[in-house]
Design a protein around this ligand. Structure first.
Ligand SMILES: Nc1ncnc2c1ncn2[C@@H]1O[C@H](COP(=O)(O)OP(=O)(O)O)[C@@H](O)[C@H]1O
Ligand SMILES: [Mg+2]
Length: 328
């Protein structure tokens, strides 16, 4: 059975300035042993999506369906969601320094989480903390468990946070920008660690990032978000070899490449992501879209009249550009 199945998920915030449609009806699924990558620029709704899956949105209107091994979480009693969140799904955030408590040792924090979820004794939970710290590649885990977060380097702290997530033996890990704060080499090590754990333990993993380079390294399936909506969805290989949406193509063109000819410029997507308080009509991307810009004035209505739905192409590839045939 699919571990996590999300259908038509939408999240709306009511603010003093008006209603913010942060996520507008997205669908995805994650199986055991599989990594879903969610990618998009800052403000595209990635974190709001992950918090909605974890049932962590207070005061937001969350609609649609989030099923964990068949159990519906949207509208479920708080207790059901809390139990799953502790035992079955865990999150890893970008900033380990804020996620970990500065006044308690790393070992204490992991041991306490383990005690809370498994009702284990102090001795058992400490042993388990040392074990998971070893599992995530922390050298001398018995000694390092007695240290405080500030005594760990950025990469080691990120490993410790993954250990904290693992201590409750989850089936699903959602990692939101897990390596954004790290140097490139350490980034690669932390991503490789997540992939190793996925394979060894058959975890389902969602990696959320603004960086297509991270997606290329880890994802099996990819969801590209823009302005709170999915604009393209495909297997990673297809997405990288045959991207369809102009936004995805723009992201790919702005990736640094080792094989680029000398002096070949990097392309940045012009302009900024939209405000979700007052998003552009029609396709949210059209104000920044080269295909829209190149279209005859008489043809532009195709992009501005209505928000294009995500359409199914071959091989489960989905694309929300109404001009996808023209853009191939
Ligand atoms: N609590 C909130 N109240 C109002 N708007 C919010 C709230 N949380 C997030 N948003 C808005 O939702 C949009 C998506 O945010 P987010 O999911 O954090 O983006 P990102 O893709 O960078 O993770 C942003 O425009 C943000 O301002
Ligand atoms: Mg975010």
């Amino acid at each position: 059975m699919t571990l996590l199945e999300v259908n038509d998920l939408a999240v709306e915030f009511t603010t003093a300035e008006g209603i913010v449609q942060a996520v507008k009806g997205i669908d995805f699924a994650v199986a055991r042993g599989q990594t879903l990558g969610i990618v998009g620029e800052s403000g595209s709704g990635k974190s709001v999506t992950s918090l909605a899956v974890m049932g962590l949105h207070r005061g937001a209107k969350v609609t649609g369906s989030v099923r964990f091994e068949g159990t519906e979480l949207i509208g479920a009693p708080d207790e059901t969601v809390r139990r799953l969140r502790g035992r079955r799904m865990a999150m890893v955030f970008q900033d380990a320094l804020t996620a970990l408590h500065p006044y308690f040792t790393i070992g204490d924090q992991i041991a306490e989480a383990h005690r809370e979820h498994h009702g284990s004794s102090r001795k058992e939970s400490w042993a388990r903390a040392v074990e998971v710290l070893g599992d995530v590649g922390i050298p001398e885990p018995a000694r390092r468990a007695g240290e405080y977060p500030h005594q760990f380097s950025g990469g080691m702290r990120q490993r410790a946070m993954i250990a904290l997530a693992l201590s409750c033996e989850p089936d699903l890990i959602i990692a939101d920008e897990p390596t954004t704060a790290l140097d490139v080499t350490v980034q690669a090590q932390v991503l490789d660690l997540l992939m190793r754990l996925k394979d060894e333990r058959g975890l389902g993993i969602i990696v959320i990032t603004h960086d297509l380079g991270v997606i290329a390294r880890v994802a099996d399936e990819v969801l590209v978000m823009y302005g709170g909506a999915a604009v393209e969805q495909a297997g990673a290989e297809r997405l990288f070899t045959a991207p369809r949406h102009p936004y995805t193509r723009g992201l790919l063109e702005s990736l640094p490449r080792l094989d680029a000819a000398d002096g070949e410029p990097l392309h940045a997507i012009p302009g900024n992501p939209p405000s979700l308080l007052a998003p552009p009509a029609g396709c949210v991307f059209h104000p920044r879209c080269p295909v829209y810009a190149a279209a005859d004035t008489g043809q532009r209505e195709l992009c501005t009249a209505a928000r294009p739905p995500l359409r199914l192409l071959a091989d489960g590839h989905r694309n929300a550009c109404v001009r996808s045939e023209e853009t191939t």
